[in-house]
Design a protein around this ligand. Structure first.
Ligand code: NAD
Length: 369
């Protein structure tokens, strides 16, 4: 046996704990097959952490994450903790906080269509042929971290034309942030189909004009062998549903990447199928792209596959277990090819005896492994 690979588990809220159980089940099976031990350190993040400690990101969680070889996060948030009061803690602060604290500046979201799921996508099959892209989203800059605030008693801001409240958020990007994310995208493109779409809003936003300038500077100096295409974000939103196969690597800022990757997830049939890796200079974090799905939490029907695909990314990027990652990917593909479906990826053609819950889906993947 080699040294244990230490994984910090952050099950979070809603369906998070349910899909985490399946991840551990699958990791244990992979460990046994590969003579590797995974050890788990579970910590609190999000709403459950607010309830237990008052903070969405307790210090103990950050310590556990830093001490681990990789972090596996399920999902956080839910109506219980929704608030518009800026002084109250919110689960999302935990997520943004841990990304920032671990220096995770690059979020990689592969969007690959499993052939068996063509029917589950909201697009017609002919639009889906060849979909295999990687969205590289900048994670620690942009409007989510720029200066924000509220101003009271601003003349003219009131609904009645009198004074009222005004709120603002600021999109800010520094050259170094754009440079390092551009490099991640160009490096990834070189291992794929050698093409990068850089998505911005340079016709309107100054921060986007700097984005475009820096991406081109990095490209021309270091990556002139990679094809670079500039695209405005509104056009990208349209192109993703018109002709998604044109994309190989898409690199974009924090908020555009957040929105476009959810849109792209529907190409794969469900948000329940999209995984992500967040990389920085230290411990990496892996998480499904979906949220805590409070509408189905506790019912045992959540799709665990995005979580399992996040495990696949972890095996590749943190543990360099490429063979095991390939095996897991094939196992998932086979389970889908045999027709097994959770509710979110089922269609009218799915027979009732192929409809399974969260735990059965995990078992099927383990059996395939
Ligand atoms: P959501 O992703 O939780 O759910 C959107 C829809 O997709 C729901 O109908 C849900 O049932 C379905 N869905 C999502 N994941 C699924 C899965 N694995 N299997 C089957 N169906 C699935 O997004 P939302 O409803 O906008 O947000 C719910 C909560 O999650 C909010 O509190 C939000 O802030 C939080 N959230 C957290 C993250 C995160 O933890 N990274 C990301 C997005 C939203």
């Amino acid at each position: 046996m080699t040294n244990p690979r230490r994984i910090c588990l952050l099950p979070g809220d809603g369906i998070g704990p349910e899909i985490t159980v399946e991840a551990v089940k699958v990791l244990d099976a992979i460990g046994a097959l590969n003579d590797v031990t995974f050890s788990y350190d579970e910590a609190l993040l999000g709403g459950i952490a607010i309830d237990a400690t008052g903070s969405p990101l307790p210090d103990a969680t950050l310590d556990a994450a830093r001490a681990a070889d990789a972090v596996l996060l399920a999902a956080i948030g839910g109506p219980k903790w929704d608030t518009t009061d800026p002084d109250k803690p919110r689960p999302e602060q935990g997520l943004l906080g841990i990304r920032k604290a671990l220096g995770l500046f690059a979020n990689l979201r592969p969007v690959k269509l499993f052939p068996a799921l063509v029917g589950a996508s909201s697009l017609k099959p002919e639009h889906l042929e060849g979909v295999d892209m990687l969205i590289v989203r900048e994670l620690t800059g942009g409007i989510y971290f720029g200066e924000r605030g509220r101003e009271r008693d601003v003349p003219g801001a009131g609904a009645d034309g009198g004074s009222g409240m005004r709120a603002y958020d600021t999109e800010v990007y520094a050259e170094y942030e754009i440079e390092r994310i551009a490099r991640i995208a160009f490096d990834a493109a070189r291992t794929r189909r050698n093409k990068v779409h850089s998505v911005d809003k340079a016709n309107v936003l100054e921060s986007s004009r700097l984005w475009r300038e820096v991406v081109h500077r990095v490209h021309d100096a270091e990556y002139s062998d990679v094809e670079l295409v500039d695209q405005l974000v509104d056009n990208s939103a349209m192109q993703l549903v018109r002709w998604p196969a044109q994309f190989d690597v898409m690199v974009t800022g924090n908020i555009f990447g957040d929105i476009l990757s959810d849109e792209a997830s529907m190409l794969t049939g469900s948000l329940g199928m999209l995984a992500s890796a967040s990389l920085g200079d230290g411990t990496a974090l892996y998480e499904p792209s979906h949220g805590s799905a409070p509408d189905i939490a506790g019912q045992g029907v959540a799709n665990p596959l995005a979580m399992l695909l996040s495990v696949e990314l972890m095996l590749r990027h943190s543990f360099e277990m490429h063979g095991a990652a390939d095996t897991l990917s094939t196992a998932i593909e086979n389970v889908l090819a045999e027709g097994w479906r959770t509710r979110d990826i089922a269609d009218e053609g799915t027979p009732a005896d192929r409809l399974v819950g969260t735990s059965e889906m995990g078992d099927l993947v383990v059996t395939q492994l």
